[in-house]
Design a protein around this ligand. Structure first.
Ligand SMILES: C[S@@+](CC[C@H](N)C(=O)[O-])C[C@H]1O[C@@H](n2cnc3c(N)ncnc32)[C@H](O)[C@@H]1O
Length: 274
């Protein structure tokens, strides 16, 4: 694990880790949210999936809008000043620290991803306000103990933290493993902390076909889950209203990114550790 709060991995070492022959989640997702950090192989499978299921564009864009509303809610209404964002993805408009520090300049954010291209872009995630702090960990979701230990250099884990895992747990197989990882992470957080999860769901034939095509491409598969499975990730925690709902229905604001006329196949929620 390397902590990019203090230094950068050697460029040549990073280039060696970037695989341009297989689609990668962060780059594929960046293509869907309208970013520019992707390779031909990501665009090819992206275009194929857009043909099969154009609704995935909605899932990606409305999920980013969900992130913004949740972070604002947690900072403004719940007084949260610490965020641990695992499966960060490539920087795009309104990353967690930008949303949080706009309303709470003293907010501290730790980003975690295991994709080398995200690591090369980490500098864009480290533009903190002077009052707050941001750090980037090149680390694996499958190692919660290491994440918590390293996050503790930037965050005070004896105080509440918002743990955010958005559109990432579908990569964890089987489902019970994802549940276990979430439990290990939340066990390491103080009472008053929050868990934020969103995930693509197998709630339409198109979304199921998109997930199958993505797996077929050779990428690390994304397992679309049932709504009950997404809800089960919050077991033992106290869900905030309106519970686990389509991401477009979680406390919508007038300027929330709208879906293009179809129900979005992604569910999310926010829950408090009591
Ligand atoms: C679909 S993207 C979601 C990005 C962002 N959270 C969002 O919602 O826009 C999934 C991210 O999870 C990261 N990821 C996948 N498996 C991971 C793992 N085992 N450890 C850390 N990050 C992982 C990928 O590199 C990618 O950046």
């Amino acid at each position: 694990m390397s902590d990019q709060g203090s230094g950068y991995a050697a460029a040549s070492e990073l280039r060696g880790r970037i695989d341009t022959t297989t689609p990668h989640s962060a780059r594929f997702w960046n293509y869907f949210v309208g970013g520019k950090d992707h390779y031909e192989v990501d665009r090819q499978v992206g275009d194929q999936i857009k043909e099969i299921f154009p609704g995935l564009v909605d899932v990606a864009r409305t999920s980013r809008s969900f992130l913004g509303r949740v972070v604002r809610h947690l900072a403004v209404e719940q007084g949260i000043r610490q965020f641990l964002d695992i499966g960060t993805g490539l920087p795009t408009g309104d990353n967690t620290h930008e949303v949080a520090q706009r309303v709470a300049p003293d907010a501290r954010i730790v980003y975690v991803d295991n994709d080398p291209l995200v690591l090369t872009h980490a500098r864009a995630l480290l533009t903190s306000t002077p009052e707050g702090a941001t750090a980037y960990l090149d680390a694996d979701l499958y190692d919660p103990a290491a994440i918590l230990k390293a996050a503790g250099s930037t965050l005070d884990l004896s105080r509440p933290v918002a743990l955010m895992i958005l559109n990432t747990l579908g990569h964890v197989d089987p489902y019970e493993r994802a549940q276990g990882l979430v439990r290990q992470l939340t066990d390491g957080l103080a009472p008053g902390s929050f868990l934020v999860v969103s995930d693509g769901t197998g709630t339409s034939p198109g979304m199921i076909a998109a997930s199958a095509a993505y797996k077929e491409s050779g990428a690390v598969p994304y397992h679309v889950r049932s709504v009950a499975e997404v809800t089960g990730l919050f077991d033992g925690l106290e869900l905030l209203e309106p519970g686990v709902v389509r991401v477009t229905e979680w406390r919508p604001e007038p300027d929330a990114v709208p879906a293009q006329g179809r129900a979005v196949d992604a569910y999310g929620g926010v829950a408090r550790k009591v």
